[in-house]
Design a protein around this ligand. Structure first.
Ligand code: NAD
Length: 443
């Protein structure tokens, strides 16, 4: 079964369990299938891009980038299948003592809409590589793209190894009950319930959730580089990224604060807002009207308690098109500075020195990623170590990840083991230690 809209999850899982046994037994077949999947995705890039633009309003250029990343992920995990999967230990009297990674069985994946191709694949590819079957419940807002991903993967995977089960919270809850291992990406609110339920059932679980990511701009930061990166960091895909920069903490005297603020305001004002299918669009429509209202309320609140530097115009014409908004003066204790708003709004904060900047950066419940902008290596190293985030970029935008390196955060942003890179294989396997004693020379 590749995809179903009339889901009997019990049947899906039973079939997946049966198919998984043979899948787990043949690593060469897994490696070949993932490599062929990469080829299929290359051949169908245009359809995948079109689906993302149409369904989740991902601007064309970003949709192309996501597709390229999906292909790279499949290629990476095709090779990873054949990595060593255990260790041997010194055995007493010729005993063979080794540990080996074994798949859990059926991986249940629950995904959001904002990376409708890359997130399902960065979970499914390591799960499959490790020998699991995969059942995935995509977001209700990216069902069609998930079904297309499934159709393409099922051109090369054995039957019942990868199944998409569309639906909402209810099917997500049932998947947690029936799968052997659970990986979730989405909001903190839902992620916490997923983790609690999986833990209650004693199942391995990881959850990647929201962020309120800071960018610390030190007095020696290269402003032209920052100006080039800031739109990507804060406003790419209309700020609908867990890794988006939400708070810009500028360190320096008044003249420096004014200089950095002016540069960031100007680049924000120049961003092109429009239809996601246009080559020139940088900021497209938000995913749905509820999300737009959330963004609009944030803009209204920011104008009441702080100052709008760029954007701030709320146009309720039904198109859900936001204006990228930059503010300053919003108090650190205000809800806007403490909770994620999943849209194109970022806030400037001033700090008198690096210590204060670190305190502000760390002073929230989230800890996904952060950036430091400086030309001083010692500052970069010292401040990186003081940031309580899972990831740090020096002179780079918080948004954007390297699929071959561990990905994840701290505090409310993440729970459990890291995703992506080779470390992802640890989550999708259990480590078994085996002791083989030769007996009386029978081997
Ligand atoms: P969401 O939490 O609303 O939904 C995520 C998924 O959970 C969907 O498939 C949804 O149907 C499902 N779901 C909802 N209730 C459920 C329940 N009770 N049990 C099981 N499943 C349930 O999130 P969203 O709006 O799709 O995505 C946006 C959020 O995702 C943002 O907060 C963003 O920061 C976060 N995100 C995080 C990362 C990361 O890697 N840290 C990446 C992308 C998005």
């Amino acid at each position: 079964m590749s995809a179903t809209t009339d889901v009997n999850l019990e049947t899906v899982i039973t079939k997946a369990q049966i198919a998984q046994r043979e899948w787990a037994a043949n690593p060469l077949a897994r490696s070949t299938a993932l490599s062929k999947a990469a080829e299929i995705f290359k051949a169908h890039q245009a359809e995948l891009v079109e689906s993302m633009v149409k369904e989740v309003h991902k601007p064309l250029t970003e949709a192309r980038g996501e597709c390229g990343r999906a292909i790279a992920i499949l290629e990476f995990f095709s090779a990873t299948v054949l990595d060593p999967d255990g260790d041997t230990y010194p055995g007493v009297n010729s005993t063979l003592l080794y540990s080996q990674r074994r798949p859990h069985g059926v991986a249940g994946l629950i995904t959001p809409w904002n990376f409708p191709v890359a997130i399902p694949l960065w979970k499914a590819a390591p799960a499959l590589a490790a020998g699991n079957a995969v059942v995935i419940k995509p977001s209700e807002f990216s069902t069609q793209t998930a079904l297309l991903v499934s159709e393409l993967l099922n051109k090369v995977l054995p039957p019942d190894i990868f199944t998409v089960v569309p639906g909402g919270a209810e099917i997500g809850r049932e998947l947690i009950e029936r799968a052997d291992v659970i990986s979730f990406t989405g909001s903190v609110k839902v992620g916490r319930t997923v983790v609690a339920e999986a833990a209650r059932l004693g199942k391995p679980v990881q959850a990647e959730m929201g962020g309120l990511n800071p960018a610390i701009v030190l007095p020696d930061a290269d402003l032209s580089l920052l100006a080039a990166q800031f739109p990507i960091a804060a406003f790419s895909y209309s700020g609908q990224k867990c890794t988006a920069t939400r708070r810009v903490i500028i360190v320096g005297d008044q003249a420096r604060r004014d200089e950095v603020t002016k540069v960031l305001t100007e680049v924000t004002q120049k961003l092109v807002v429009g239809d996601a299918s246009s080559e020139t669009t940088f900021v497209g429509p938000l995913i749905h009207s509820a999300s737009f209202e959330n963004y609009a309320n944030a803009v209204t609140s920011a104008a009441q308690v702080g100052e709008i530097l760029a954007g701030g115009v709320v146009n309720r014409d039904g198109k859900n098109l936001p204006t990228p908004t930059l503010t300053r003066g919003v108090p650190l204790t205000h809800q806007l500075m403490c909770e994620e708003v999943f849209g194109p709004i970022a806030h400037i904060v001033y700090a008198s020195d690096a210590n204060e900047a670190i305190a502000i950066a760390n002073g929230v419940e989230y800890g996904l990623t952060a950036s430091i902008h400086t030309q001083d290596l010692a500052s970069a190293i010292t401040l990186s170590s003081q940031l309580k985030t899972g990831m740090v970029k020096v002179n780079g935008p918080t948004a954007g990840v390297d699929f071959y390196a561990p990905f994840g955060g701290t505090k409310s942003s993440s729970y459990g083991m890291r995703e992506q890179g080779k470390v992802a294989m640890d989550f999708y396997t259990r480590l078994q230690t085996v002791t083989i004693t030769p007996g009386k020379g029978r081997f």
